[in-house]
Design a protein around this ligand. Structure first.
Ligand SMILES: C[S@@+](CC[C@H](N)C(=O)[O-])C[C@H]1O[C@@H](n2cnc3c(N)ncnc32)[C@H](O)[C@@H]1O
Length: 720
C-alpha cells in the first residue's frame, strides 16, 4: 500500500513536471514572441533616432570644414537684428547671440525626483571614484565634469550639465562604461535628457497631484514626464488610501501617431498610473461632458500648449536650420498656433493657467499669437498674462520681456536673400502676400493693452542654452462664446490612421466587463477587497493586458462614454495574460503580475509574496534563475516548493529589525516591513515560480536599475 502511494506520488510528480514543462514552454514561447515583436519596434525606433543623429553629425562635420559658410544666413541675421534691437543694440552684442547659436549645445539632463532610486543614482553620478572606476585604466585621459544648474527651488540639485556631447558619449570607446551607466539611468527612468530652457514650463506651472493637466502637443513627452515627476514625487505607495487622493491626471496628446507611440514608450519608463496618451489634432480636441446636461464641460486646471514652431531658437541642435531658414515658416505656423492656443483657452477652468511656448525667437510665432488671443478673448479682462520674472531670481536663467513692437518682413520677389519690410495691411506688399500673412501678424494699435511685456524670451548667449519663449496666461473669468458645441465633429488631422488589431477595442473597464478575471486575480494573489479594482482597464476584448490607472484617469475615461478620445495608452501595466494552453489545469497562472505597476498592488497583496533578506534578493537578481535546491534558507525553499507554479513577488527585507523571525507573509512580518518601508522604498521583483526553480520576470530596464542599486558585480560586463 505504502509502495503504491509512493508510486502514485511519483507519477503525479512526473505529470506535474511535464505540465510544468509545457507551462514553462508556453511561457517561454510567448515571452520569445513578445520579445521579438518588441525588438522589431525598438530597433525601428532606434534606427530612426540614429538616422536623425547621423544627419546632424554629417551637418556638424560640414560645419567643421566650412563654419562661415554653413552657419550663416544673411536673411536670418537681418531679420533678427531688426526684431531684437532692444536686446542687442550694438553689432558686437548681436554677434554674441549669433556666435552662441553656432556652437553645439551642452548635454543637460534631469534627475527624476519621483524615482525610487534617484538619490542613489545621484550619489553614484557625483562620486568621482565611482566614475573613475567606470573609465578604468584610462581615467586620466578623459575628464567628466558635471555642473549643477541652479534652477527653481523644487528642482534644485536635479538638473546637470555634462561636458560631453551625446555623440562623443556614444562613440568614444573610453566612455563605453560611463555611457552604459547613463543609458541605464535613462532607460530606467531615473534621468531624462532635456534641454535646460525646455524644462521651464512645468517648472513654472507648479502642478498639484489633484490637477487635471492637458499637454496639447506633447511628443516626445519631456515636459509631460516633468509633470508626472512632480505629481508623483510625494506619492506614498504604502498608504492604502493614497489612490483616493490621486484624482489628477496628465493627458498627453500629439497629432502625429508615430510620435504619440514613441511618447508612450518614453512615459512608460516612469511607471506612473496618472497618465493618458491620446492622438488628436489639438485644435479639435473633443468636448467631453461631465453630465448629460451639455453645459458641464470637462475643463482643465493646467494646460501646456508647447506648439509646433519654426524652431529657429534651437539651431544649436539643428544646424541645418541655418541654411533653410526663411520667414515663411513662421507665417505658415502662426494661424495653427493661434488655433491651438484658442482651443486650449476654451478648455481651461476659470482660475486655471495655460502656458504657451515655442522654441522660436520669432515675434510672429510668439507675441503676435498671444496678442491675437488677448484681442479675441479678453475684451473685459477675462485673461491675464502672468508676470513670472520673480521665479527666475537666483537661477541661471535670464528672462527678457516680451515685445510690444516688431516688424513684418518678407523675402524679396527678385532676390530671395533679401528681406523687405511690410508696413501694414495697406501696403501693396501685404496684398501680394495676403494668402501667407494674416493681419494678426502685425502689431496693432491695441497692443499696449495686453501686457505683452510679461511674456518671456530666453537667449542662448545668456547661459549657454537654446532660445525659448513662454507666456503664462490665467483665465480670470469665463467669457461668452466659449465652446459649448455639443455636436462638435472631430476630424482629426493625424499623421496616420490608428491601426488596431482585431482583438483591440476602446478602453474597457475590467471590473465591469471581466468579473471572472477579477475574481481569479483576487483569489490567486490574495488581494484585499479594498484594492481599487475599478481602476483596472484593458484595451483588448480578450483582456490581454490590464493596466492600473489613477482615480483621476478613470474619471476622465468614464466621461468619454461616446468614445471620442483616441486613447493610445492609459495608466501603468499591472497584469499580463499567460497563454492559456493549460487552462484545464486549475492551478494554471492565468495572469502574471508585471513589474511596471507592482508598487500599486503590493500593499494589498497577501498571497504568492515572499520576503527574503538582502543577500538572497541580490542573488536572485544576479542569477536571474535559481533552483529551489540551491536556496539555503530552508523555510523559503520549502514554501516555494509547496506553492503552485506561476507568478510570485519576491521582496527584500534588508532592514527588517529581526531577520530571524521571518515568517512568510504573516502579520508581524508585514507590520515590521511596513515600518521599514515608511523610510525606504519597496524593493520587490516579479518572478515565476516553477516546480524546481524561480526565474525573474522583469525587463532589462528594471533589471539595470536594480543592478545599479545593489551594485551587483559585472553590471557593466559587455556581454550583458
Ligand atoms: C514642440 S513639439 C512638442 C515638444 C514636447 N512638448 C516636449 O517637450 O517634449 C510640437 C509637437 O506638436 C505636434 N503637433 C503638431 N501639430 C499638432 C496639432 N495640430 N495637434 C497636436 N499636436 C501637434 C508635433 O507632432 C510635435 O510633436
Amino acid at each position: 500500500m505504502e509502495n503504491e502511494e509512493k508510486l502514485i506520488g511519483k507519477k503525479r510528480e512526473k505529470e506535474k513536471d511535464k505540465n510544468e514543462g509545457k507551462e514553462g514552454e508556453t511561457q517561454n514561447e510567448s515571452n520569445k514572441k513578445e520579445k521579438k515583436q518588441k525588438k522589431s519596434k525598438k530597433s525601428k525606433r532606434k534606427e530612426k533616432t540614429e538616422k536623425n543623429e547621423k544627419k546632424n553629425e554629417i551637418a556638424w562635420q560640414q560645419i567643421a570644414n566650412q563654419p562661415e559658410k554653413v552657419l550663416k544666413n544673411e536673411k536670418f541675421e537681418f531679420y533678427y537684428k531688426n526684431q531684437l534691437s532692444q536686446f542687442f543694440p550694438t553689432p558686437e552684442k548681436f554677434e554674441e547671440l549669433l556666435s552662441k547659436l553656432r556652437e553645439k549645445l551642452p548635454c543637460v539632463f534631469r534627475i527624476s525626483k519621483a524615482h525610487f532610486f534617484h538619490e542613489g543614482y545621484k550619489k553614484m553620478l557625483l562620486d568621482d571614484l565611482y566614475i573613475k572606476s567606470l573609465l578604468g585604466d584610462q581615467a586620466n585621459l578623459i575628464k567628466i565634469e558635471l555642473k549643477n544648474l541652479t534652477s527653481f527651488k523644487e528642482w534644485l540639485n536635479l538638473v546637470y550639465n555634462i561636458n560631453i556631447n551625446r555623440m562623443e558619449l556614444k562613440k568614444n570607446d573610453l566612455l563605453k562604461n560611463f555611457h552604459k551607466f547613463v543609458q541605464f539611468g535613462v532607460d530606467g527612468g531615473v534621468i531624462s535628457r532635456q534641454e535646460a530652457v525646455s524644462m521651464i514650463p512645468p517648472m513654472l506651472m507648479q502642478t498639484l497631484s489633484t490637477d487635471k493637466i492637458f499637454d496639447m502637443c506633447a511628443a516626445p513627452g519631456s515636459k509631460t514626464a516633468q509633470f508626472l515627476e512632480t505629481v508623483y514625487e510625494k506619492y506614498d505607495f504604502l498608504d492604502k488610501k493614497q489612490y483616493l487622493k490621486d484624482t489628477g491626471f496628465v493627458l498627453a496628446n500629439d497629432n502625429n501617431h508615430q510620435r504619440a507611440y514613441m511618447m508612450v514608450h518614453q512615459l512608460k519608463r516612469l511607471n506612473t498610473a496618472g497618465m493618458v496618451v491620446i492622438c488628436h489634432d489639438a485644435q479639435l480636441f473633443p468636448t467631453l461632458y461631465q453630465s448629460n446636461t451639455y453645459n458641464d464641460r470637462l475643463l482643465f486646471d493646467k494646460i501646456l500648449a508647447d506648439v509646433p514652431c519654426s524652431s529657429d531658437a534651437v539651431m544649436r541642435k539643428l544646424p541645418m536650420k541655418w541654411k533653410k531658414w526663411s520667414t515663411k515658416e513662421g507665417y505658415s505656423l502662426h494661424k495653427l498656433q493661434i488655433s491651438i492656443l484658442k482651443r486650449g483657452i476654451n478648455l481651461l477652468k476659470e482660475g486655471g493657467v495655460i502656458s504657451y511656448s515655442t522654441c522660436s525667437l520669432n515675434p510672429i510665432e510668439n507675441e503676435a499669437v498671444v496678442a491675437e488671443i488677448m484681442r479675441s478673448y479678453s475684451k473685459n479682462g477675462e485673461l491675464e498674462i502672468l508676470d513670472v520674472k520673480y521665479a527666475f531670481k537666483n537661477t541661471d536663467i535670464i528672462p527678457h520681456q516680451g515685445l510690444n513692437d516688431w516688424k513684418v518682413m518678407i523675402e524679396d520677389k527678385n532676390d530671395k536673400n533679401k528681406l523687405n519690410i511690410i508696413k501694414d495691411i495697406n501696403d501693396p506688399l501685404y496684398l501680394e502676400n495676403k494668402s501667407l500673412i494674416s493681419p494678426s501678424c502685425f502689431p496693432q494699435e491695441d497692443i499696449k493693452n495686453f501686457g505683452l511685456e510679461k511674456c518671456n524670451r530666453f537667449f542662448p548667449n545668456d547661459s549657454d542654452t537654446s532660445g525659448f519663449f513662454i507666456t503664462l496666461i490665467k483665465k480670470v473669468k469665463n467669457f461668452k462664446n466659449e465652446d459649448v458645441d455639443k455636436d462638435r465633429i472631430v476630424k482629426p488631422n493625424i499623421s496616420e490612421p490608428k491601426k488596431k488589431k482585431d482583438e483591440e477595442r476602446d478602453v474597457l473597464f475590467v471590473n465591469e466587463k471581466f468579473k471572472d478575471k477579477i475574481n481569479w486575480i483576487k483569489n490567486y494573489y490574495g488581494i484585499e477587497d479594498d484594492f481599487p479594482f475599478d481602476q483596472l482597464v484593458t484595451f483588448s476584448n480578450i483582456c490581454k493586458k490590464i493596466n492600473f490607472a489613477s482615480k483621476g484617469v478613470i474619471d476622465l475615461l468614464k466621461l468619454d462614454n461616446e468614445h471620442k478620445l483616441m486613447v493610445e495608452n492609459a495608466g501603468v501595466k499591472l497584469f499580463k495574460a499567460n497563454k492559456q494552453k493549460n487552462e484545464k489545469n486549475t492551478d494554471f497562472c492565468l495572469y502574471r503580475v508585471c513589474q511596471d505597476g507592482l508598487m500599486y498592488l503590493l500593499p494589498f497583496m497577501h498571497k504568492r509574496i515572499y520576503f527574503v533578506d538582502e543577500k538572497m534578493f541580490a542573488e536572485i537578481l544576479r542569477k536571474k534563475e535559481i533552483n529551489h535546491n540551491d536556496i539555503n534558507d530552508e523555510e523559503l525553499k520549502l514554501q516555494l516548493k509547496k506553492d503552485t507554479p506561476g507568478s510570485i513577488v519576491v521582496v527584500n527585507v534588508k532592514c527588517k529589525p529581526n531577520n530571524d523571525e521571518i515568517k512568510y507573509g504573516n502579520e508581524k512580518e508585514r507590520e515590521e516591513y511596513n515600518n521599514y518601508l515608511k523610510n525606504n522604498y519597496i524593493d520587490a521583483i516579479c518572478c515565476h515560480n516553477a516546480t524546481t526553480r524561480i526565474t525573474t520576470m522583469i525587463n532589462k530596464e528594471h533589471q539595470h536599475i536594480f543592478e545599479l542599486k545593489y551594485k551587483i558585480e559585472n553590471i557593466l560586463d559587455n556581454k550583458k
